[in-house]
Design a protein around this ligand. Structure first.
Ligand code: PLP
Length: 357
């Protein structure tokens, strides 16, 4: 399948680059996009790189109705030597197919997706910003495009990759954030779609996020959807706790998204011989550890923010302050090491980076 050649049609009208100092997250897009279509019988076909442009769809296109979508998120960085680097892109492409499987979207050729992704980043390489904390965010996604109002898997899809130069995910930078432990709304349930990167999970999360924001919290911590007892994730990040010298993270289950950053953090901690354990963690247990003075650090992990230290957690009106509201040494070391590897400034112990050009 990956013998398919990617047709390339370059823009004749390059856009102006944004001011690197004013970059936020996901508001500006590069000059080109990658597209690939699927139709029943023909499979995935017509890989193309074309000028970034709007897409035209029938109002009955299934994407507007029942949420059969999947997406990914990863980043490209520019090394000191001017090489474009991707961080573990094969993990994202594998996860895309795992999400596809859950959403009844046809399996996509991973080699072709990777080839398209690399070619696109190579063509738009000048869009990779270099200021500290900035990178080129890559958003691959699949939408169902068949015009049909029946509830069934679509027979036509479009796969698209767009690129967006981004600054730090949080306005506050790598400073600790305040987290609201969510007791009413849930993000995902066992048997649902929590394990897949699909739009509906994020639609389901907006209300809790909105309520938490009005109360001055920047993210919510999700508890399991059945008992609201066990810790799952924080916002759209995985979560880690350093308790009495040991790093603990919730064990994966059907309602937790397996982050590439989570996996990388676990590998780094093992390499540093920091004890790391994946297990079920009850929120009550965490507050107990805290009252015994055992909670040393809390941080979230995800592509967008990389490492996001948690300074404060609020559950049932009870507030706990972690590490005096400051970034802890493990979070700092993980952030520096991961972003160092991503930019090619640190030794790539695990062969995680992929050079594009
Ligand atoms: C994308 C995502 C993560 C983090 O995954 P990374 O691969 O580390 O970026 C965690 N939780 C949710 C719900 C996500 O959507």
């Amino acid at each position: 399948m990956n013998e398919q050649t990617i047709e390339i049609n370059l823009t004749t009208n390059k856009k102006e680059k944004p001011n690197p100092e004013q970059l936020s997250f996901g508001k500006v897009f590069s000059d080109h996009m990658f597209t690939l279509n699927y139709s029943e019988g023909k499979g995935w076909h017509d890989p193309k790189i074309i000028p970034y442009q709007p897409i035209s769809l029938d109002p009955a296109a299934m994407v507007f109705h029942y949420g059969q979508t999947v997406f990914e998120g990863l980043k490209a960085y520019l090394s000191e030597e001017g090489k474009a680097l991707l961080f573990r892109p094969t993990k994202n492409v594998e996860r895309l197919n795992q999400s596809n499987q859950r959403l009844c979207i046809p399996h996509i050729d991973e080699e072709l997706v990777l080839a398209g992704l690399k070619k696109l980043v190579e063509i738009d390489k000048e869009w990779i910003p270099t200021a500290p904390g900035t990178s080129l965010y890559i958003r691959p996604f699949i939408i169902p495009t068949e015009a049909y109002l029946g509830v069934a898997p679509s027979q036509h899809y479009q796969f698209i990759i767009i690129l967006s130069p981004v600054g730090s995910y949080y306005k506050e930078g790598i400073n600790p954030v305040k987290i609201h432990v969510e007791n009413q709304y849930v993000r995902a349930v066992s048997g649902g779609t929590g394990k897949a990167k699909t739009g509906g999970n994020y639609a389901a999360s907006l209300k809790a996020q909105e309520v938490a924001s009005t109360k001055g919290f920047s993210q919510v911590l999700w508890l399991d959807g059945v008992e609201k007892k066990y810790i799952e994730e924080v916002g759209s990040m995985n979560i880690f706790f350093k308790v009495n010298g040991e790093v603990i993270t919730p064990a994966l289950n059907e309602s937790i998204l397996e982050g590439v950053t989570r996996n990388s953090v676990i590998q780094l901690l093992k390499y540093w011989e920091v004890p790391v354990v994946e297990k079920k963690i009850a929120i009550e247990e965490l507050f107990e550890w805290y009252s015994n003075g055992l909670v040393e650090e809390v941080f979230g992990t995800g592509t967008a923010a990389v490492i996001s230290p948690v300074g404060e957690l609020s559950w049932h009106g009870e507030n706990i302050v972690i590490n005096n509201g400051e970034t802890g040494p493990i979070a700092k070391k993980l952030y520096d090491t991961l972003t160092g590897i991503q930019k090619g400034a640190e030794p790539d112990y695990f062969e995680w980076t992929v050079t594009v050009d």
